[in-house]
Design a protein around this ligand. Structure first.
Ligand SMILES: NC(=O)C1=CN([C@@H]2O[C@H](COP(=O)(O)OP(=O)(O)OC[C@H]3O[C@@H](n4cnc5c(N)ncnc54)[C@H](OP(=O)(O)O)[C@@H]3O)[C@@H](O)[C@H]2O)C=CC1
Ligand SMILES: O=C(O)CCC(=O)C(=O)O
Length: 411
């Protein structure tokens, strides 16, 4: 099932539980605006290369639309649409005053030089600048992009509009980025995992973790889990996978991965077939890379007791059903990875206030939001007698539906 079909299916199930009017349901599902642009750049060797870029602005009932920009060869309109929709429910669940959006370019960032990436980002921004803004749509990094990418967007945007750091979040701290944003999604994953485990009388330090993806989210999650006493027994990225039953030395793995551009070849563990990583014996599985990786092909073989969705839509609805029958608990993406957009919100607030918070305040506020989010999700699970995914979806969808109805459709 593709990402859009899966996300829309979850939305429709939540709308049914909430008893939403079918016309309201339809209006919530259709995106506010879909933008598709051609981006042609000269490569370093003088030849031309053309790419397609997207920005889907899904909903703005609760505030400016918000979401990252992804550079990956699999990016297409359906995927960006699904990710934008997830952002709408995620920002509502986190109770931050935003709607949802997502962007992306179908490209392989690893095959482009830094100057090619800069040109591509600038051309994309030239095509997009009139549709984004502090109070309309605020992009951020996602897979394949980082603080440098949004710094280029900010600079290019500023050639057409007044210099406004709050037009993007996830910026370098020197350009008004927030302390703690880099680690925020991984830190949010830690707080979310702690909250879930506590419900079962468990804690990070008595669990064994497997993490797919060792980029921004996966590596920060690994680092913070390791610091909290958790045993990270296997990790993968595009280059390969490594495992150690005694727990990987995460600081050393981070060093190795920086020096060698990946986890492959790490001497502090055994090489593992990346395909079998998800079905390794562990307590907690954290997918922190691509969507759709847990599906009907492998769901039955998953041995984790808890799945924390650090990635967006890593679990297909068919796998959801299989895992639920097996008694595996899944903490859904729109809650588990909401720490990133929550600290993006703090960054936007700091930029608008013109006042910088210290990192302790950022982390402390993040914990408050994540703890409250978990409590709110559990409350919905109780009200609608549903699992955590439907608890999260009903919470987000209900808040957006209420805002939509209150704003009305008057001409
Ligand atoms: N950044 C953020 O703040 C947020 C991100 N997310 C989600 O988290 C996920 C990861 O994003 P982020 O960490 O930012 O992205 P990054 O680009 O920083 O890292 C992605 C990681 O996934 C790895 N990867 C890619 N394909 C595969 C694969 N087939 N198997 C195993 N590993 C793979 C990459 O390997 P390599 O480096 O070798 O290419 C890299 O380690 C995405 O789903 C994203 O949407 C959600 C909320 C916020
Ligand atoms: O920080 C942001 O605004 C967006 C984060 C994001 O893209 C996500 O949560 O999937």
């Amino acid at each position: 099932m593709n990402a859009l079909a899966a996300t829309s299916r979850n939305f429709k199930q939540a709308a049914k539980l909430l008893g939403l009017d079918s016309k309201l349901e339809k209006s919530l599902l259709i995106p506010f605006r879909e933008i598709k642009v051609e981006c042609t750049i000269p490569k370093d060797d003088g030849t031309l290369a053309s790419f397609v870029g997207f920005r889907v602005q899904h909903d703005n009932a609760r505030g400016p639309m918000k979401g990252g920009i992804r550079y990956h060869h699999e990016v297409d309109l359906d995927e960006v649409n699904a990710l934008a929709q997830l952002m709408t429910w995620k920002t509502a669940l986190a109770n931050i005053p935003y709607g949802g959006a997502k962007g992306g370019i179908g490209c392989s960032p690893g095959e482009l030089s830094i100057s090619e990436l800069e040109r591509l980002t600038r051309v994309f921004t030239q095509k997009l600048h009139d549709c984004i803004g502090i109070h309309t749509d605020v992009p951020a990094p996602d897979m394949g992009t980082n603080s440098q990418t949004v710094a280029w967007i900010l600079d290019e945007y500023s050639k057409f509009h007044v210099y406004s750091p709050a037009v993007v979040t996830g910026k370098p701290v020197d350009l008004g980025g927030s302390l703690g944003r880099d680690a925020a999604t991984g830190r949010g994953v830690l707080f979310a995992t702690e909250a879930l485990l506590a419900e079962y009388g468990k804690s990070i330090s008595d669990q064994r973790f497997v993490i797919q993806g060792f980029g921004n989210v996966g590596s920060w999650a690994a680092r913070l889990i390791n610091e909290a006493g958790g045993k990270v027994i296997a990790v993968s990225d595009v280059t390969g996978a490594v495992k150690s039953h005694n727990g990987l030395n995460i600081p050393k793995l981070l060093e190795h991965s920086m020096e060698n551009r990946g986890v492959k070849g790490f001497s502090g563990g055994d090489a593992l077939d990346p395909k079998s990583l998800l079905t390794e014996d562990c307590d907690v599985l954290i997918p922190a890379a691509l969507g759709g990786v847990i599906n009907r092909e492998n769901a039955d073989d998953i041995r984790a007791k808890f799945i924390i969705e650090a990635a967006n839509h890593p679990t297909d609805p068919e796998a959801d059903e299989i895992l639920s029958k097996k008694g595996v608990l899944i903490l859904p993406d729109i809650f588990a990875n909401s720490g990133g957009v929550t600290v993006s919100y703090f960054e936007w607030v700091q930029n608008i206030q013109g006042f910088m918070w210290d990192e302790e305040k950022v982390n402390c506020e993040l914990k408050t939001y994540m703890t409250r989010g978990f409590k709110d999700v559990k409350e919905m699970c109780k009200t609608y007698n549903c699992n955590l995914r439907m608890g999260a979806f009903t919470l987000g969808v209900n808040r957006v539906a209420r805002a939509t109805v209150l704003r009305g459709w008057g001409a």
